[in-house]
Design a binder for this molecule. Structure first.
Ligand SMILES: [Zn+2]
Length: 252
């Protein structure tokens, strides 16, 4: 392993298939050796992503059923259940109680709880979780299904309170963070609370807006410098820590 590999980027939650050039996005992440969790929003999309990731070493496709799509796609839960044994990577799944998606909240809860029950039973899954305005409910389902005992939950763009962050840490959760969220008060409080060994970087591309438009997959420099600043540690050390954490999770 070259010295550079140890500090290559980690993008543990991004939507390569929603970026303008999907093939190019996969190829660029692989070329720069970015450990990438390519999350998906439906089981059908997962199949396409899994095929494109092919034998890539660094880009891993994750099986998702996005809470914002559950209203129209709840029937794809069967496809999710069929595909789940074929992958270690799950996401994006979770709950969203934002105004637009609140009407489907009961259905989202059913779907998410079934997905987590299945993962708990299968075990050894790395799961990227969406929790907009639902930190408590997402953690309740993690705890109730026991998925944290057999799998690794990762809270993506988590904006819970300090006590919810502590609860998540106690449950063994990891956190994937991006620059946009770290600029907020909640983001800073997360950095003060979460041990470095539980932190991963992400872009949520193409949904995170930077100064010059959407952040590209793998563009985690801004997040790294904010973590470095908060911990008063050099950026290179933060990158190495995040890289080591990601490698352990993907099983390298
Ligand atoms: Zn996402």
């Amino acid at each position: 392993m070259s010295g550079k590999e140890g500090t290559a980027p980690v993008d543990f939650h991004c939507h390569l298939d929603l970026c303008p050039d999907m093939r190019g996005a996969f190829d660029r992440c692989e070329a720069v050796r970015c450990i990438t969790l390519a999350v998906t929003t439906t089981p059908k999309a997962f199949r396409r992503n899994q095929a494109m990731a092919g034998s890539n070493r660094y880009v891993h496709a994750a099986l998702g059923l996005h809470p914002q799509l559950v209203a129209e796609r709840a029937d794809e839960l069967t496809l999710f259940e069929e595909a789940a044994p074929s992958t270690r990577f799950i996401g994006e799944v979770g709950l969203d109680a934002g105004r637009r998606f609140y009407p489907s909240f009961a259905l989202q809860t059913q779907v998410f709880e079934r997905a987590m029950t299945l993962c708990a039973r299968l075990g050894d899954k790395v799961i990227s979780l969406h929790s907009v305005r639902t930190a408590k409910q997402v953690l309740d389902i993690v705890e109730r299904t026991g998925v944290h005992r057999t799998c690794t939950p990762i809270l993506h763009w988590f904006t819970g309170s300090k006590s919810e962050i502590r609860r998540a840490i106690d449950l063994g959760c990891y956190f994937s963070v991006n620059e946009q969220m770290l600029k907020t008060l909640r983001g800073r409080s997360l950095l003060e609370t979460v041990p470095l060994a539980r932190l991963l970087t992400e872009t949520d591309a193409p949904f995170q807006s930077g100064a010059d438009g959407p952040k590209a997959p793998g563009d985690i420099e801004g997040a790294v410098s904010m973590i470095a600043e908060s911990h008063q540690i050099r950026a290179e050390y933060i990158k190495a820590s995040v890289r080591a954490t990601a490698k352990a999770l993907v099983g390298e």
